[in-house]
Design a protein around this ligand. Structure first.
Ligand code: OAD
Length: 256
């Protein structure tokens, strides 16, 4: 693990004093595990149109295409493992009195790494349910889908448990996330382009409520201007160094 990353002294002081830290992750947090992002050159939305794949209308229009795309994503995740970014966020749970992990990711990798209180804003691509009666699909989706997969109870089309365009987010989760952003001392925005709301608004809420806002990204995002500190580089390299810094400054704080 490298620690040659330059964090400011102010970040060290904020982490030393923080009672409540929020980390908000996007697709970049999973990029080093091999999960494609959405808006990078090789990202999903450079190859597919969201209207073709991520709406209820698309499911009705072309169920085999939509179900195959999500089943393939879900099945591919079975051989993908968390990276040092996910693992460092697990360590951070232990470091601060309150630590909230809010994610736009649907890949379940934070949970697999061992994070215990993950707030999913956009759902989870490994779960599927009936778009008509809402019942959970118990068995895994097949790798090859030749005819539309339908609900055993009512015959409705099966869909992934992810938030599609035009749909509202799980209300309890977004309420919790906004409250956490408002109350935290340090807000970490990790691997997100910060263009999809309401998730992108969390950093604005945190900043305007007095939190020290830090962005970890390979390049400045749409929210870079409102950040107090930019850590430019891969999350899998920055997060271990950040967790190490947090441990060091808090240990020093306890002794003094
Ligand atoms: P995006 O694809 O929009 O952005 C990914 C971000 O990660 C970019 O800012 C990259 O620069 C950054 N990035 C890439 N590799 C990185 C690395 N190794 N370390 C750190 N940063 C890295 O993904 P999101 O912001 O997550 O919604 O997209 C938000 C939502 O848009 C997704 O949840 C999805 C999509 O439509 C739904 O599916 C509902």
């Amino acid at each position: 693990m490298t620690t040659s990353i330059d964090f400011t002294d102010e970040l060290g002081r904020r982490l030393a004093a923080a009672k409540h830290v929020v980390a908000s992750t996007g697709a970049g947090a999973s990029a080093e595990s091999g999960v494609p992002t959405f808006r990078d050159l090789e990202g999903y939305w450079s190859r597919y149109s969201p209207e073709e794949l991520a709406t209820q209308a698309a499911l009705v229009r072309n169920p085999i295409l939509v179900q195959s795309w999500y089943a393939e994503r879900a099945n591919r995740l079975k051989s993908i493992v968390p990276n040092p970014c996910h693992n460092s966020l697990v360590e951070m749970e232990e470091i601060f009195p309150r630590f909230d992990l809010i994610t736009q990711n649907v890949d379940n990798l934070h949970q697999e790494a061992g994070s215990t209180n993950v707030v999913e804003l956009h759902g989870n691509v490994r779960r599927f349910y009936c778009s008509e009666c809402g019942s959970d699909r118990k068995n895994a989706m097949p790798d090859e889908i030749e005819t539309a997969v339908c609900c055993e109870a009512c015959g409705g089309l099966i869909r992934p448990d992810v938030v599609w365009f035009g749909e509202i987010l799980p209300q309890e989760n977004i309420r919790y996330a906004c409250e956490a952003a408002r109350a935290c001392d340090v807000f970490l925005s990790i691997g997100t382009s910060s263009v999809v709301y309401p998730a992108a608004g969390l950093a604005e809420i945190a900043g305007s409520s007095g939190a020290f806002c830090v962005e970890v990204n390979i390049e400045g995002s749409a929210a870079a201007a409102i950040m107090d500190e930019l850590c430019i580089g891969p999350a899998g390299r920055i997060l271990p160094a950040l967790a190490k810094l947090a441990k060091t400054v808090r240990r020093a704080n306890t002794k003094s």
